[in-house]
Ligand binder design. Structure first.
Ligand code: 5GP
Length: 203
């Protein structure tokens, strides 16, 4: 029996619409908390340090790995990405539900160290649509795009490690489905606060 918050991992290939889904999810469930990752990738024009990511140098990132500051970390494409351990643990202990937008390597690490986490893989309806979306957003160079497209197959191979597969056909439906997953997971008897049943009986 556990009473801490739910750790929700959302992974999926670049261009699948993860950011939009996660933003919409936060509008629907304002009590959700987002874990801001650290990365060695350079910020994109619209990205703010401490809001979208904590942008670190490679030396800073390596030092944090040495200090055990990350709950998980991975090299995705050619950059490092990591989830701050203390921040996430504090939120969970305080009973908040926390969303991690991380890649499949990170998802697998989380499943191993925190099997109670809920892992959701977001997939596109088709590869054609995914490639079009990736090209359309104009945030990566042709070389980076090729790398990202090549990595997609590896990501799909990790689906069996996930608890849920959600196909992002239509944003509202996708968010509704993820909401249902969160609700169902939170209603699992093993997650219910031990005193709740007593409270109901005595009220
Ligand atoms: P982007 O560079 O497009 O923001 O992110 C690239 C990939 O890195 C995405 O699949 C994203 O989910 C993943 N990512 C972002 N933060 C983390 C993290 O803290 N850990 C891991 N393992 N992957 C992350």
């Amino acid at each position: 029996m556990m009473s801490s918050g739910l750790l929700i991992v959302i992974s999926g290939p670049s261009g699948v619409g993860k950011n939009t889904v996660i933003n919409n999810l936060f509008n629907l469930r304002s009590q959700l908390k987002y874990s801001i990752s650290a990365t060695t990738r350079k910020p994109r024009p619209n990205e703010i340090d401490g809001q979208h990511y904590f942008f670190l140098t490679e030396t800073e990132f390596q030092n944090r790995i040495k200090n055990g500051d990350f709950l998980e970390w991975a090299k995705v494409y050619e950059y490092y990405y990591g989830t701050p351990r203390q921040y996430v643990q504090n939120l969970l202990q305080a009973g908040h539900d926390v969303v991690l937008d991380i890649d499949v390597q990170g998802g697998k690490q989380i499943k191993r160290s925190m099997p109670e986490a809920v892992l959701i893989f977001l997939a596109p309806p088709s590869m054609t649509e995914l490639k079009n979306r990736l090209r359309g957003r104009n945030t990566e160079s042709e070389t980076e795009l090729t790398k990202r497209i090549r990595y997609i197959e590896t990501e799909f191979e990790s689906i069996p490690f996930y608890d849920y597969l959600v196909i992002n056909r239509e944003i509202d439906l996708t968010c509704e489905l993820i909401e249902c997953i969160i609700q169902a997971e939170k209603s699992k008897v093993k997650r219910i606060e031990p005193n709740l049943v007593k409270k109901i009986l005595n009220s």
